[in-house]
Design a protein around this ligand. Structure first.
Ligand code: SAH
Length: 216
């Protein structure tokens, strides 16, 4: 399979055609080998317009959702970013191409280990992986210029708002268990400006400031 060609088509048909226009991000989407973040039997579908299973009941997000949320996050080259929900590690790789440091936390140790292996093999040395409840953030590495949550939560967890730098941006799918909307918070002192983007469906954020495991 010609993955380079599939990736080019993905960028044109799924991203550019739907209005994404940040050339830096589009170039990264054309570069990062998404097929290496899914298991071998699913590689032929890696550039399809959908989320895919990555085991443990979790998914790698649809390419459009990854690119769109990255655009909304407006990463700067010197940004220190926190990602909650490492999953396959794909979103972390996309961010690693765009910013100086990526901190990513995953509650499932098996997924975190697999992501670490893939990211290491691809040479991403600016991604720092952690295992635990990401709804608590990583206070010892805060503040973060950007925070992206890639699992759905009823509200933006308070610890993550606290760990955002002044002037920083946080992007998250917020809403009910089965449908959410991408929200961006901009921190201004003690104030948060909110902007709403596209509707979406993510797997749940399970943790102290997300959903209770027994509710799922
Ligand atoms: N960003 C990922 C997709 C994430 S799917 C990618 O690019 O592949 C959401 C992930 O969030 C799942 O792997 C799930 O295990 C994880 N997750 C759910 N609740 C979490 C929590 N409280 N802290 C950290 N990770 C969590």
């Amino acid at each position: 399979m010609n993955f380079d060609q599939l990736r080019k088509e993905m960028v044109e048909r799924q991203l550019r055609a739907r209005g994404l226009s940040d050339e830096r991000i589009l170039k990264v989407m054309e570069k990062v080998p998404r097929h290496l973040f899914v298991e071998e039997s699913l590689r032929h579908r890696a550039y399809d317009d959908c989320a895919l299973p990555i085991g443990e009941g979790q998914t790698i997000s649809q390419p459009y959702m990854v690119a769109m949320m990255t655009e909304v996050l407006a990463p700067a080259p010197d940004s220190r970013v926190l990602e909650v929900g490492t999953g396959s590690g794909y979103q972390a790789a996309v961010l690693a191409e765009l910013v100086s440091e990526v901190y990513t936390i995953e509650r499932n140790p098996a997924l975190s280990r697999r992501a670490e292996e893939i990211l290491k093999n691809l040479g991403y040395s600016n991604v720092h992986l952690f295992t635990g409840d990401g709804s608590l953030g990583l206070p010892e590495h805060a503040p973060f210029d950007r925070i992206i949550i890639t699992a759905a939560s009823p509200d933006v967890p308070e610890p993550l708002k606290a760990q955002l730098a002044d002037g920083g941006l946080l992007v998250a799918p917020v809403g009910g268990r089965f449908s959410q909307q991408v929200v961006r918070l901009e921190k201004r002192g003690t104030d948060f400006r909110e902007r709403y983007f596209t509707p979406c469906v993510f797997v749940p954020l399970i943790g102290k400031y997300g959903w209770d495991e027994n509710e799922i």
